[in-house]
Design a protein around this ligand. Structure first.
Ligand code: CTP
Ligand code: MG
Length: 266
């Protein structure tokens, strides 16, 4: 070997950094916390939302399968309705799920934030990446899950999948009296807005710190990381990652499943 072929000290440093990063990536294990403890008030009367069926299979099972479809995911922690942990355990036992994925079930809390925290408390130590995924988004494609995980592996402390908005958004103030129209106070520029979905991905230590530090009510986990002063990044979301919230969303979800079944047949 000639002297020229030996790496320079700078090259050697780069190589060992790359090797270290590759090793860290392979070692980074990914778990998903699925908050599924909500009632689903906006969906109307019936079973807790996550246990409602979509084409005969509970929404939660669709959501768990969507997460377990990613080869990177080795543990799914389901946060069940407070009085429904036993029922959720038997549901998971009764449905076929990939062998490589482990499952844990814990009872949830009063708010989504509390439910996520209870899921995080149950996480075993050897996971460095944590995704938080709404049971109410049962149809998210695996490519979206993998894109979120990849961005965390690349070093982002928090990652959200999101889409541009179709509707223009207005900020309003309280109506002068109950029932009166609400005055518009601002119209944020639509092109700069994104509608955020799940799974949201995190460096585990960052997410735990966020949940320990932020006590305000929030509607997503990434906003807690923003409150720590860290940068949250966006990757492309997917229209099939929509949240089942109101009755019409059930119709859409079943139509998506029917379309998938047709496409799978060809
Ligand atoms: N969630 C939870 N614990 C709560 C409230 C919500 O785990 N105490 C979960 C829901 O099960 C859902 C996700 O958080 O998977 C997103 O919440 P949302 O869509 O608002 O569901 P619900 O709170 O059940 O619905 P609603 O607000 O209409 O009652
Ligand atoms: Mg809710």
């Amino acid at each position: 070997m000639s002297d020229d072929s030996r790496p320079s000290p700078a090259e050697a440093r780069t190589e060992s950094r790359t090797a270290a990063r590759t090793a860290a990536r392979t070692a980074a294990r990914t778990a998903v916390v699925i908050p599924a403890a909500g009632r689903g008030v906006r969906l109307g009367p019936g079973a807790p939302k996550a246990l409602r069926a979509l084409n005969g299979t509970p929404m939660l099972i669709h959501a768990v399968r969507a997460m377990a479809a990613s080869r990177a995911v080795s543990l799914v922690v389901v946060v069940a309705p407070p009085d429904g942990a036993a029922e959720v355990k038997s549901l998971l036992d009764a449905h076929a799920l990939p062998e490589r994925t482990d499952f844990l079930v814990v009872p949830g809390g009063e708010s989504r934030q509390e439910s996520v925290k209870l899921g995080l408390d149950a996480l075993p130590p050897d996971f460095d990446i944590v995704l938080v995924h709404d049971a109410a988004r049962p149809l998210v494609p695996v490519d979206t899950v993998d894109a979120v995980i990849e961005a965390v592996r690349e070093g982002a402390p928090a990652v959200v999948p999101a889409l541009p908005l179709a509707d223009t958004v207005k900020e309003v103030a309280a109506a002068a009296e109950p029932g009166a129209p609400e005055p518009v106070v601002a119209t944020p520029e639509r092109a700069r807005l994104r509608a955020v979905q799940t799974p949201q991905g995190f460096d585990r230590a960052t997410l735990i710190r966020a949940h320990e530090t932020v006590t305000d009510d929030v509607t997503d986990d990434a906003s807690m990381v923003e409150q720590l002063g860290l940068t949250v990044v966006v990757v492309p979301g997917h229209e099939e990652a929509f949240k089942v919230t109101r009755p019409l969303d059930l119709v859409l979800a079943e139509a998506v499943l029917a379309r998938r079944r047709l496409n799978d047949g060809f």
